[in-house]
Design a protein around this ligand. Sequence first.
Ligand code: ADP
Ligand code: MG
Length: 252
Amino acid sequence: MPELLVVKNLKKYFPVRRKFLKAVDNVSFSLEQGETLGLVGESGSGKSTLGRSILRLIEPDDGEIIFDGVDIRKLRGEELRQRRRFMQIIFQDPLASLNPMMTIGQNIEDPLIIHNIGTKEERRRAVEELLEIVGLGREVIDAFPHEFSGGQQQRVGIARALALNPKFIVADEPVSSLDVSIQAQIVSLLYELKRRFKISYLFISHDLAVVRYLSDKVAVMYLGAIVEMAPKEELYQNPLHPYTRALLASVP
Ligand code: ADP
Ligand code: MG
């Protein structure tokens, strides 16, 4: 099967006090379509910087990001925009991607308008379908984000991310701010989407237990580098790196 995403020797350094902080230090991995990489590591290890660099929300310093056969680091302007519609992101705080002044329906329709997709009527139907897919139901279409709980807001964020039929989603700690029972519901929803639409995730979490369910393979990040990466069960059953062992020991 051809790879959906190949990341090669990706680097992002931040200048800090006349030195460079290696936030992402020579990271390489690949994903087939429908495959999910769980990315774990303590706070500050570089997970978000890696996720954002892959989407070029942050400009990487070096390396390759080959998505669907094209190195998106070489793309600019409209070409990059067209390619990027298939790569989306979900944030820890769903409100980061939602406009508080727009209704739920408008928030989800927004990417379709930006990309000039469908008639008004077609977009309305697409939004209603997306609301059903994420388990909110079409009757919430005219509500506003602040009327919703954190878990419901995250469902809206997911619907918005899904609007352009992405193949790859960076999920950056998408359940970290939610109650444990709600966390399980959102992870189940992401799993269902992966099964139904063959979406690949880079699923970021500081919690090894959370990534276990959704991931096919797991990478452990430490000081900007991936120190261990293995198929899921292998990593949980036979962790090789001392830092992975320490992380596993802290799972309750
Ligand atoms: P994580 O998501 O694993 O918690 P981050 O990717 O947010 O880690 O951060 C990795 C490192 O890069 C941290 O040391 C952080 O302080 C630093 N960092 C992140 N963004 C910036 C920035 N814009 N400027 C300088 N340093 C940054
Ligand atoms: Mg982070």
